[in-house]
Design a protein around this ligand. Structure first.
Ligand SMILES: [Zn+2]
Length: 175
């Protein structure tokens, strides 16, 4: 199957036998611009018998084995628990960053926690939906040093660093 990167328009070819068939959707990283791309797995692939069970699959989504996921402020060591569904991160958000960092917007970015069969997926977005502007936050959200654009949806992994503006860094941790 072929997938077009929504960010840089690169067309990525995936061998059908490398696509996971036990899920409705999966994620790959664009080899050109490193954008995380979530794509639907076509029924034609899902219903095909697996040719070789030992083959390593790519494009599996990152799933946390528990739903106890925290963001830890790297400076203050304060821990914020994420809940299932939408978590608005900001100075007035559900996850209230209260370290007087003026580079953090009141409603800065969004982390969505989605329950899966094995645990949960944690997805970071800075698409302007929480501020209502439709644009990324004023001072930006950075995932492991890379600034998110409006269309980015990043599947977070353990120990990933999320920087808000210039000063606040939150680290993804288990319970
Ligand atoms: Zn790309």
């Amino acid at each position: 199957m072929k997938i077009k990167c929504p960010k840089c328009s690169k067309v990525i070819s995936l061998a059908d036998d490398k696509v996971p068939r036990n899920k409705e959707k999966a994620m790959i990283k664009c080899p050109q611009c490193k954008q995380s791309i979530i794509f639907k797995i076509p029924d034609s692939i899902r219903n095909k018998p697996k040719p070789n069970a030992d083959k390593t699959q790519i494009g599996d989504t990152v799933t946390f084995s528990s739903t106890d996921v925290f963001l830890v402020d790297k400076t203050s060591r304060r821990r914020y628990k994420l809940r299932l569904g939408k978590n608005i991160i900001g100075r007035k958000g559900d996850v209230e960053i209260d370290n007087n960092d003026s580079y953090v917007s009141r409603f800065h970015c969004l982390i969505e926690m989605v329950k899966t069969a094995n645990g949960c997926d944690i997805i970071l977005m800075d698409d302007g939906s929480v501020s209502g502007t439709g644009k990324p936050s004023t001072n930006g959200t950075f995932h492991n040093g890379e600034k998110l654009t409006k269309i980015d949806k990043i599947f977070l992994e353990k120990n990933d660093e999320i920087r808000l503006g210039k000063r606040t860094t939150l680290v993804v941790a288990f319970g």
